[in-house]
Each structure stands twice: as C-alpha cells, then as structure tokens.
Write a protein that binds this ligand. Sequence first.
Ligand code: ADP
Ligand code: MG
Length: 279
Amino acid sequence: MRADLAGIAAAPGVAKPDPLLVVDGVTRAFGGLVAVHVEHLEVQRGSITALIGPNGAGKSTLFNVLSGFDRADRGSWTFDGTPVTGLPAHRVARRGLVRTFQLTRTLPRLSVLENVKLAATGQRGERLLPSLVPPLWRAQERQIEHRADELLTRFQLDHLRDAYAGTLSGGQRKLLELARALMARPAMVLLDEPVAGVNPALTQSLLGHVRDLRDEGMTVCFVEHDMDVVMGISDWVVCMAEGEVVAEGTPPVIAKNPAVIDAYLGAEHGEPGVGDDER
Ligand code: ADP
Ligand code: MG
C-alpha cells in the first residue's frame, strides 16, 4: 500500500494531495549559522518520506524544531490541519507527532520495560487529576504497562523486558527507541537515522517494521544516508542542503536529480553513492 505520489511534480515545496504536516518559512539559526531555512514543505499522509542530505544539512535541527525539542526563529507549521508552532514536545506528541533521536535516548540503568513505560509519561506531560486519584492512577498504570508489553512483543524485545537497557545491542536500542515513540499511538513519527550503525539483518527487520507502520496508516519521515535503503523503502524523498530543501520527488526521480547529486558530491557527476561518513 504505497502512497500514490507518482503524479506529483518533483519540485521543492510542491503541494501534496493530503498533507499531514505542512511547514511554512521555518528558520533556525545558531549564532550566524542558518541551520534550517525551509520555505515550504508538505508531508503526505500515509507515506514513507525519506529526508536526505549531507552532514550538517539541517535534518536533525528540522526534526527538533517540528517536534518541539527546539524553537524556530521564524515560521509556522501545522499538523493535521492544526497549528503546532512553538508547542513543547510533550504537547506535540499528544497531538500525534513524535520523534526519535539519532543517538538513542534510552536510560541504561532502567529496564527495557521501564524505558518504554517512561516514554508514555514524557509524551503525555504531567496530568494532575490521575496522580491525585489513586484508582485512576493505577488503571492508567496498567494500561501503560499493557501497551508497553504489546510493543516489546511486536519488536521482539519481550524476552529482554526486565534486562537493563544498557545491555542491549545498538540495533536493539534502535528498536527500543521505536517502541518508545509508539507508546502514544502517534499519527506520524520522525525517525532520525533509525538504522545507522545497525547490522544488516536487524536493518532489514527495522525496515520491515517501518513498512508495517506505513501499511497500518501511520505517516513516517526518516533521515537516512544509505541510498539503497532510501530507494528501497521510500514513497517520496526530500533532499536538504545547507538548511534548505533543494529537491524532492519519488526515489527514481531523485536519484537522477542534479541538485541531489551536487549536494552529495559537490560539482562532480554520477549517482549519489552510499556517502555516509557519519557512522
Ligand atoms: P544534519 O542532521 O543534517 O547532519 P544538523 O541539523 O545536526 O544537521 O546540523 C545543522 C547545522 O547546525 C550544522 O552546521 C550544525 O553544526 C549546526 N547545529 C546543530 N545544532 C546546533 C546547536 N545546538 N548549536 C550550534 N550549532 C548547531
Ligand atoms: Mg543529524
């Protein structure tokens, strides 16, 4: 069930038939450096959109801003038709937009289960009423644990439920990060390099999970450097360079786009390679 985007013009900022996330004029500068300057960007509902671009292009900063982990200097964005500009991360998550981090944020001295359960608290924010009424609190606690166990089973981490998160492999930590992101049943996930540094077998498994999420109706936007991964799984590709969206289109169109080739290879010619020097 691929989102049908084949008929859309491959131009930066192009409108999509059913956008879930719409970004307008977002900038974020650090000192004199403009890390992000995105004029317009729409992400199609129900698609897997890859966000590519060389190191320092602004991909992680854009994710930070959109998910409420960083502030924008200028600009606005809407999620499912509602403005979410400037909301803190837990409120953005409650609206259904959740991100994962390039370097996973699992807590090594807590168990795998506790890590997943904690994500629910972070995403919900503090709610006064349940914490004041013990029966409500206990019912909520049971629901959270049930959901966490469901996700651990889904990602084949259930046998590690009570292990310290610090004992997991890099790949398992990526799965745990994904489980944490899904606690709030988001409509959209922003995955920052979900398979970076993961061995090939676990990469295939992770990509299978990402496809499954899309097939269940979730919208996925992920940062990735490996062009084989990008071309194999994406419905749409957005390329950033020096903070700006320099190209977007379907994978086959993007593979031949001169702006993308330039972004990766300078002024040289040829296909964008697996040019990943970040791992
Ligand atoms: P990408 O994820 O595409 O590799 P980033 O969004 O991490 O790129 O970084 C974009 C630019 O912004 C880089 O030049 C980076 O050094 C800079 N940058 C990112 N975060 C910060 C920060 N907190 N303080 C200062 N500069 C930053
Ligand atoms: Mg990054």
